[in-house]
Design a protein around this ligand. Structure first.
Ligand code: HEC
Length: 164
């Protein structure tokens, strides 16, 4: 009985680790979660190394974007933030931000997917579907959005599924 439970637990842990460990580069033996490199290079200066955010600079992402990623319009929203950037007032967990995120569409599809997946891997939600490069590529060809359009998209998302 005890063994059966342990096996179940092991299976769940393996599943949880899948998106994290499937991104090993070549012969690297150290256990770097997938996407940590593009995240650290392109996002961490504002959102901080563990996605915890920083007052007056950029909102927290960890323990938030996993939930957003469970909705199709949430996934589209996050990718459109990366491609269009974002500016204007947002309030996250009662903390207001009046920040500017520059568009980061110059990054490769797999790096955008990886950066978002890295933050989601810090959240204990194995049911989250990781972003794929193909999903990012499809979002890349969508029409560009202005900052006010992005603000409206965010408000609609929160009204439909929030708070985040
Ligand atoms: C120059 C600083 C900066 C960098 C670099 C940056 N961001 Fe942002 N990000 C922000 C700010 C500021 C906001 C909130 C925008 C606002 O205040 O209107 C934001 C918002 C977001 C949001 C939406 C959060 C929400 O609550 O709706 C996501 C998702 C996001 N960033 C992901 C990323 C990812 C992924 C990267 C790296 C590929 C990245 N950001 C790089 C500053 C940055």
């Amino acid at each position: 009985m005890k063994n059966a439970i342990n096996l179940k637990l092991l299976a769940r842990l393996c599943f949880a680790a899948m998106p994290v460990f499937s991104g090993f580069v070549g012969s690297q033996l150290w256990a770097a979660p997938v996407g940590i490199v593009p995240y650290m290079a392109n996002c961490s200066s504002c959102h901080q190394p563990k996605g915890q955010g920083s007052a007056n600079l950029a909102p927290k992402l960890t323990n938030r974007i996993g939930k957003i990623a469970t909705f199709d319009d949430g996934r589209r929203y996050m990718l459109s933030v990366v491609f269009n950037g974002m500016a204007g007032r947002v309030v996250v967990e009662n903390m207001p931000f009046l920040g500017v995120m520059t568009p980061l569409g110059s990054l490769k599809d797999e790096d955008i997917a990886g950066a978002l997946n890295y933050i989601m891997s810090l959240q204990n939600m194995p049911q989250i579907k990781p972003f794929t490069a193909a999903e990012v590529k499809a979002a890349r060809s969508l029409p560009k959005k202005s900052a006010p359009q992005m603000t409206i998209e965010r408000q609609k998302l929160i009204a439909a599924h929030g708070p985040f």
